[in-house]
Design a protein around this ligand. Structure first.
Ligand SMILES: [Zn+2]
Length: 303
């Protein structure tokens, strides 16, 4: 196992780990589902040959980059056990490989991740830096940045009760681009959200999980449209991990990725708020996040 969990997970680190993973496990497939505003690839991996398709993604939000590391570590773990013919708990990973295709986009918002970790770096054009600083309340501390480089919160940029989301934003006095919660001018206005939505329409997954931090909470519903099957799965996920189940409230209930998936495809879709503490979660949380979330994902793959 070579993916280290001791450094902040920038896009460059993701690229390095991606190359190492593909070298070690050539049966993994890798492709890009689109580009960020700064032209970074939305790297995506496919593991398994099964009929059942699960799409997972991480780091819709910049400072939640620990979720990208989690997804890469999952791909490494599954590949390691597949090669060795071993099991995790009760689950035979080679059998799982034939049963499921796991498709994973670990970093939906690579520009936001880099901004949160590295701040206003050299490669950003001066005009972009000026704009971002203005979006950030004139501060150069971007450590709590969530949005993309347009100051749009990608997890409020999907076509699910979008107008209600905008109404709620206005209640909170959010009218323009900023570090968090601004939904953009219209659904899928941003290339990153559009790429994820386009890819979802193409893949037609049976189930999706979007990883966020933090709270140790699982969200599974949208406007009471979750199916009984999805509700039962959410209950099991909670029992496996000790994470609580919740309904989103206020503006967090609208225009998110899982909201759109439930609304559009009527399949089980979960937002997992991994870890507990203050964002950005420190790397010292990684092990617990991994241990809580690996069994949940294996259950979803195997069920
Ligand atoms: Zn988030």
């Amino acid at each position: 196992m070579f993916i280290v969990t001791a450094r902040p997970y920038t896009f460059t680190v993701l690229q390095e780990d991606a190359r190492a993973l593909l070298r070690e496990y050539p049966f993994l497939q890798s492709f890009s589902i689109g580009q960020s505003l700064a032209g970074r690839d939305l790297l995506t991996f496919s593991w398994g040959r099964g009929e059942k398709k699960i799409f997972i993604n991480g780091a819709h939000h910049g400072m939640e980059w620990i979720t990208s590391l989690f997804i890469m570590k999952i791909l490494e773990t599954l590949s390691h056990h597949y090669v060795n013919g071993t099991s995790v708990g009760e689950i035979d990973i080679r059998a799982l490989y034939s049963k499921v295709t796991l498709v994973a986009c670990p970093m939906v918002n690579p520009d936001g991740v880099n901004l949160a970790i590295r701040g206003l770096t050299e490669e950003l054009p001066p005009i972009t830096k000026t704009r971002l600083k203005a979006y950030n309340g004139d501060s150069t501390d971007f450590s709590k940045w969530q949005a993309n480089l347009n100051g749009v919160d990608l997890n409020h940029n999907y076509d699910a009760a979008f107008a209600k989301g905008v109404f709620m934003q206005h209640q909170l006095k959010i009218f323009s681009p900023g570090p968090t919660r601004y939904s953009g001018s219209h659904p899928e206005s941003e290339p990153e959200a559009r790429a994820v939505a386009n890819f979802t329409r193409l893949l037609l997954p049976d189930l999706v999980v979007a990883y966020h931090t933090q709270g140790e909470v699982i969200y599974y519903d949208f406007e009471s449209k979750a199916t009984d099957k999805a509700k039962a799965m959410a209950q099991t996920l909670s029992e496996i991990s000790g994470y609580s189940l919740d309904q989103t409230e206020g503006m967090a209930s609208y225009s998110g990725y899982k909201d759109w998936v439930i609304d559009r495809f009527a399949i089980p879709a979960f937002t997992v708020e991994a870890g507990l503490g203050e964002n950005p979660l420190p790397l010292s949380q990684f092990e617990k996040i991994y241990e809580d979330n690996l069994p949940m994902l294996l259950y979803l793959m195997n069920v």
